[in-house]
Design a binder for this molecule. Structure first.
Ligand code: BG6
Length: 450
C-alpha cells in the first residue's frame, strides 16, 4: 500500500444538524436563527425538511456502515435540547440524540460530536447572541447537559464549528444571521466565542469527562499574488485576518499583535477583560479540528477603504488554478504548508481533518448512478496531502469527508452537493455515489493504493 495510514486512524464523514435534520417544528425543538433566516423572506429553499435525517437517521447510518466508516461527525441542535437556549430541558431532544449515538455505536461508528454548528436558538439572538457575554453561561449549561447525557458514550467532542464563518458570515458580509456588517461587533463575537470554547474545555476537565475535546477552525494558507511588496503585505494581512486571528487564541491564548493593535485602534474591539488571555491559555484543548477546503491568493486592494481591515487586501484567481463550480481553488498542497506553519508558530497539537470535500453540481446518469469522478479525485489528492503531513511528523488522527449525505448548503441551497450519498430532495431517497463506493475501499484498506 503506497499511502498507508497509522493503525487506529479514523475514517468518516461529517454533517451538521441544521443542514441535514429537517423536522424543524418537531420533537419540541425551538426556533433557531436559521429558521428565522429562511422564513423571513423567500430565499428559494428552507431547512424545514433538508435531508430529513431527523426521521431517516437509521437508514443513513446503515449507509455509513456500508461505506466502511468507523467514525461520523455530527452536531447537536442546541434548540432541540433547550428550545429557548436555556431553562427547561426538552427530553425529546435528548432522546433523539441518544438514539442517534446508540445507533452509531451499535454499527461500529465512533461519534465525533460538535456542540455548536451555527444553529443558535433565536431566543438567544434576541438577547444579543454571541455579542452578549452573559449568554456564555447558557452555552456552558448546554454543554454540561450534553456531557451528562452523552459523555458515557461520546469521547470526541468539539466545542464550536468555525467561529470565523460565524463572525464573517454574520457580522462582516451580512450573509448569515444576524445579517450585520459591523467590524466592531465581529471582533467582539470572535473573542466571546473563544471564551465560550475555553469555558467548555474547563468544564470538560472539571467533570472528568473521558476522551478529548477541541475546536474546529477553517484556517487557510494565503499566498501573495506577486512578488511585489504591496501584495506580500496584503497576503500577510489576509493570513492574520483569516487564519492567525482564530488559531492563535485557542492554541496559545494570544491574538496576532499587529492585527489586535489595529482592531483596538480602529474599532475599540474586541474588549478583552482582565484575565481573559490567561484563561484562554490555561484551558488548552486536546486537538485542533481543521476544515480544509482551499487556499487564497491575495493582492493589494487599490480600490479598498483602508480604514477597513478587511479591505486592505483582495483575493484574486490564479490563471492556471483549478477551481470548483463555486470558485473555490482546489489546492491540496496547501494542507501541509498550513499545518506545518501552525506547528512552527504555535507548537504541536494533534489534528483531526474535520471537513474536506467538494461542492459540485452532480448529475445522475441514465442508469441512475452519480459518477462523481471529480470528487474522487479531490478527496484522493487531499488524502495524499494528509499522508505527507503524517510522514513529516504532524499527528493527524482522523479524516472526515464533507459531507456524508447531500446537505443544505447555507446560502447555496440544495444545488451545491457535497455528499458521498446522493439525496433526491423530492423523494428523499438515498443512493451511494461512486465517490462513496470508492471511499469504502480507502477506509477498508486504511489508505490508498495510488
Ligand atoms: C464549512 C461549514 O464552512 O463549509 C459547513 O462547516 C459548510 O457547514 C461547508 O456547508 C461548505 O460551505 P458551503 O457554503 O459550500 O455550504
Amino acid at each position: 500500500m503506497k499511502y498507508k495510514f497509522p493503525k487506529n486512524f479514523l475514517w468518516g464523514s461529517a454533517t451538521a444538524s441544521y443542514q441535514v435534520e429537517g423536522g424543524v417544528n418537531e420533537g419540541g425543538k425551538g426556533v433557531t436563527v436559521w429558521d428565522t433566516y429562511y422564513h423571513s423572506e423567500d430565499r428559494g429553499y428552507t431547512g424545514d425538511v433538508a435531508a430529513d435525517h431527523y426521521h431517516r437517521y437509521k437508514e443513513d447510518i446503515k449507509l455509513l456502515k456500508e461505506m466502511g466508516h468507523n467514525t461520523y461527525r455530527l452536531s447537536i441542535s442546541w434548540a432541540r435540547i433547550f428550545p429557548n437556549g436555556y431553562g427547561e430541558i426538552n427530553q425529546e431532544g435528548l432522546d433523539f440524540y441518544n438514539d442517534l449515538i446508540n445507533e452509531l455505536i451499535a454499527n461500529g461508528i465512533k461519534p465525533n460530536v460538535t456542540i455548536y454548528h451555527w444553529d443558535l436558538p433565536q431566543n438567544l439572538l434576541d438577547q444579543g447572541g454571541w455579542l452578549n457575554r452573559d449568554n456564555l453561561k447558557h452555552f456552558v449549561d448546554y454543554a454540561k447537559c450534553l456531557f451528562e447525557n452523552f459523555g458515557d458514550r461520546v469521547d470526541i467532542w468539539t466545542t464550536i464549528n468555525e467561529p470565523a464563518s460565524e463572525v464573517m458570515g454574520g457580522f462582516v458580509q451580512g450573509a448569515h444571521p444576524p445579517l450585520e456588517k459591523n467590524l466592531a461587533k465581529a471582533f467582539q463575537v470572535s473573542h466571546n466565542m473563544n471564551m465560550g470554547h475555553a469555558m467548555i474545555v474547563k468544564l470538560f476537565r472539571e467533570m472528568n469527562m473521558k476522551g478529548e475535546i477541541g475546536i474546529v477552525l477553517n484556517p487557510m494558507p494565503v499566498h501573495p499574488a506577486s512578488e511585489s511588496n504591496e501584495d506580500k503585505v496584503a497576503a500577510e494581512k489576509a493570513y492574520d485576518y483569516f487564519t492567525r486571528w482564530y488559531v492563535a487564541p485557542v492554541m496559545v491564548g494570544e491574538y496576532p499583535k499587529a492585527m489586535l493593535t489595529e482592531c483596538i485602534e480602529r474599532y475599540k474591539s474586541p474588549i478583552i477583560e482582565d484575565g481573559d488571555l490567561e484563561f484562554l491559555k490555561e484551558n488548552k484543548m486536546d486537538f485542533l479540528g481543521i476544515n480544509y477546503y482551499m487556499r487564497r491568493v491575495a493582492a493589494h486592494n487599490e480600490s479598498g477603504n483602508y480604514e477597513k481591515i478587511n479591505e486592505q487586501f483582495k483575493f484574486v484567481k490564479v490563471p492556471d488554478g483549478l477551481y470548483t463550480d463555486w470558485g473555490w481553488e482546489i489546492y491540496p498542497e496547501g494542507l501541509y504548508e498550513l499545518l506545518d506553519d501552525i506547528r512552527k508558530e504555535y507548537g504541536e497539537m494533534p489534528i483531526y481533518i474535520t471537513e474536506n470535500g467538494m461542492g459540485a453540481i452532480d448529475k445522475i446518469d441514465e442508469n441512475g448512478e452519480i459518477n462523481d469522478d471529480y470528487r474522487i479525485d479531490y478527496i484522493k489528492r487531499h488524502i495524499k496531502a494528509m499522508h505527507k503531513c503524517i510522514e513529516n511528523g504532524i499527528e493527524i488522527k482522523g479524516y472526515y469527508v464533507w459531507s456524508a449525505i447531500d446537505i443544505l448548503s447555507w446560502t447555496n441551497g440544495y444545488t451545491k452537493r457535497y455528499g458521498l450519498i446522493h439525496v433526491d430532495f423530492d423523494t428523499l431517497e438515498r443512493k451511494i455515489k461512486k465517490s462513496g463506493k470508492w471511499y469504502k475501499k480507502v477506509t477498508e484498506n486504511n489508505g490508498l493504493e495510488e
